[in-house]
Write a protein that binds this ligand. Structure first.
Ligand code: GAP
Length: 449
C-alpha cells in the first residue's frame, strides 16, 4: 500500500501546479498559499458539489453571500471579541510561540526531539489569551471607533441576515441558509500545508429548526454530511465521526461532532457539525435590538435552534488528495496517480493525438476538443511521448484519455483509456460526448484498499 505523506502531496501540488507557496519570490508568508490552474479547478468543483447538494437538490435551503467585514458589534455579540482566542506561550530562549493546549504536538525550537518546556534551556512564559481575529481599520480615521475585523467564520453573516431571509424568501423552520466564502484567522501554529492556514474558504450552512427538533436534525446533518464524502468516493475506513466532550465544545455549542479524516498527521477534524441552540439569534437580538425569531400565521413565535455543518474547502482538498494519491509500477515503470472522483477531478478528459505532427490527427483531436469543452473541462495535449502524456494526466487525476490514432483516420473511432484500471476500449468519435456524459454519472469507488 502506498505510504502517503504530506510531503508527497505538497510536492505533487507544486510539480503539477495545483498549489504554490504564496509571495514566494519575496520569501513567502507563513502558511499562505496560492492556487494554480488545477488547484482552482478542483476547488471550484468541490464548492460546486457542496452547493449542489446543499441548495440545488433541496427545497429547504437558500443561498447567501455576506460581507467579509461586518459591523464590529457583530463580533461583540457573537462572543468572538471576548472569547475567540487560543492560549499562547512564548519561549524566551528560542523565541518560538506555541499553543499552550497543544504543547504535546509541538517541538522544542532548540531540541526538536523534545516538547516545548521539556529541554533544560526552555524558558516558557505564562499562558495568555491571544485573539485569533485579524483587525483592520475602516475609513480614514485610525482610532478605536474605526476598528473592524476580517470575519473568522462566515456563520455570523448568516445569523444577522436571518430576518431578511425569513421575510423575503418566505421560509418556515426547518430551513437553511448556506454560504461559501473566505474566512481569516491569525492562527498561532498554522501548518501542515493547507490543513491549518490563516486564510481559507469556508462552506457553512445554518439550519434553523423548531427547538424541540434540534436533536433530530443534528443527527440528520451528521449523517448527510458523512454520506456526501462517501458519495464522492472518500474511503469509509479513512472517515470517522467523533463527538466532542463537554470541555472541548465552543461557547455556543450544546453538542458538536467532528467528521474526522485520517490525514498523514493522524485523525483530524475535516468538518464540524454543531448544535448551536438559540445562542446566536438570541445574542444578536439582545445586541442589535432586532428580534430574530420565527412568527407563524397564527401568531405563534419562538427563537429557532440552529444546526451547523461547517467545513473549509482546504480541509476537503487535502483529504481528497491524500485519499486519491497512489503509486504503482506498471510495465516496469513507476506511475503516480491521483484517484479522484471524476466529479472532483480538475480535468474530466484528455484529448491526445498519437502523432502530434500528423495534421489529420490534430484536426480530428481539435474537433473533438471543441465539442467536449462546451460542456466539460477537458485538455488537449500534444507535447511529448504518449506514455509521458498519460503519466501527466494520471498525476492530475484525469479519469479518461481519448487517443486519436491511425485507426481514427480510417474509421472515426478513438481509444479511451481509464485512469484507474488502465483498460482501453474503442468507441466511435461521434459517441464520445454521450459516453463521457454517462461515465460521469456512474458511481465511482476508490480502487485503493
Ligand atoms: N462556524 C463554526 C466554525 O467556524 P470551526 O470548527 O472553527 O467552526 C469550521 O471551523 C471548519 O472550518 C473546520 O471544521 C475546518 O474544516 C475549517 N477550518 C477552521 N480553521 C481552519 C484553518 N485555520 N485552516 C483551514 N480550515 C479551517
Amino acid at each position: 500500500m502506498t505510504d502517503v505523506t504530506m510531503d508527497k502531496i505538497v510536492s505533487l501540488c507544486r510539480r503539477r501546479g495545483f498549489v504554490f507557496p504564496s509571495s514566494e519570490i519575496y520569501g513567502g508568508l507563513g502558511s499562505t498559499y496560492d492556487y494554480g490552474h488545477y488547484g482552482v479547478l478542483m476547488k471550484n468543483n468541490i464548492r460546486a458539489l457542496w452547493l449542489q447538494s446543499m441548495i440545488q437538490e433541496r427545497d429547504d435551503m437558500v443561498a447567501l453571500d455576506s460581507a467579509v467585514i461586518l459591523n464590529p458589534a457583530v463580533w461583540e455579540a457573537s462572543g468572538h471579541v471576548a472569547g475567540f482566542s487560543d492560549p499562547l506561550v512564548d519561549c524566551r530562549t528560542c523565541k518560538l510561540r506555541f499553543r499552550a493546549d497543544k504543547l504535546d504536538d509541538a517541538q522544542c525550537g532548540k531540541k526538536p526531539s523534545k516538547k516545548p518546556g521539556e529541554y533544560s534551556e526552555c524558558d516558557l512564559t505564562e499562558a495568555r489569551q491571544f485573539n485569533l481575529m485579524f483587525q483592520t481599520q475602516v475609513g480614514a480615521m485610525e482610532d478605536a471607533s474605526s476598528t473592524a475585523y476580517l470575519r473568522p467564520e462566515t456563520a455570523q453573516g448568516i445569523f444577522i441576515n436571518f430576518k431578511n431571509v425569513m421575510q423575503l424568501a418566505r421560509r418556515k423552520p426547518p430551513f437553511g441558509i448556506a454560504q461559501t466564502g473566505k474566512s481569516f484567522r491569525n492562527e498561532i501554529t498554522p501548518g501542515n500545508f493547507l490543513f491549518r492556514v490563516r486564510e481559507f474558504e469556508q462552506m457553512e450552512m445554518e439550519y434553523f429548526v423548531p427547538p424541540g427538533e434540534a436533536e433530530r436534525w443534528y443527527e440528520y446533518w451528521i449523517e448527510q454530511r458523512l454520506q456526501w464524502y462517501l458519495d464522492l468516493g472518500v474511503r469509509r475506513s479513512q472517515l470517522r465521526v467523533r463527538e466532542h466532550g463537554a470541555e472541548e465544545r465552543s461557547h455556543y455549542s450544546s453538542a458538536t461532532s467532528d467528521i474526522e479524516y485520517l490525514y498523514p498527521i493522524g485523525w483530524q477534524e475535516l468538518e464540524g457539525v454543531a448544535n448551536r441552540g438559540d445562542f446566536d439569534l438570541t445574542q444578536h437580538t439582545k445586541h442589535s435590538g432586532t428580534k430574530l425569531e420565527w412568527v407563524g400565521q397564527e401568531g405563534e413565535r419562538y427563537t429557532p435552534h440552529v444546526i451547523e455543518p461547517a467545513v473549509s474547502i482546504e480541509r476537503i482538498f487535502v483529504a481528497m488528495l491524500v485519499d486519491g494519491y497512489d503509486e504503482e509500477v506498471v510495465a516496469d515503470r513507476d506511475r503516480t496517480v491521483l484517484r479522484l472522483h471524476p466529479e472532483v477531478a480538475p480535468i474530466k478528459a484528455a484529448i491526445l493525438p498519437l502523432i502530434p505532427r500528423n495534421d489529420d490527427m490534430v484536426a480530428k483531436s481539435r474537433d473533438l476538443l471543441q465539442r467536449l469543452r462546451r460542456r466539460w473541462m477537458v485538455e488537449y495535449d500534444d507535447g511529448g511521448q504518449i506514455g509521458r502524456r498519460y503519466r501527466r494526466q494520471d498525476e492530475i487525476g484525469t479519469p479518461w484519455a481519448f487517443t486519436i490514432d491511425d485507426q481514427t483516420l480510417e474509421d472515426d473511432t478513438v481509444t479511451v483509456r481509464d485512469r484507474d484500471s488502465l483498460a482501453q476500449e474503442r468507441l466511435s468519435l461521434a459517441d464520445v460526448p454521450a459516453w463521457l456524459d454517462e461515465a460521469l454519472q456512474r458511481p465511482w469507488h476508490s480502487p485503493k484498499p
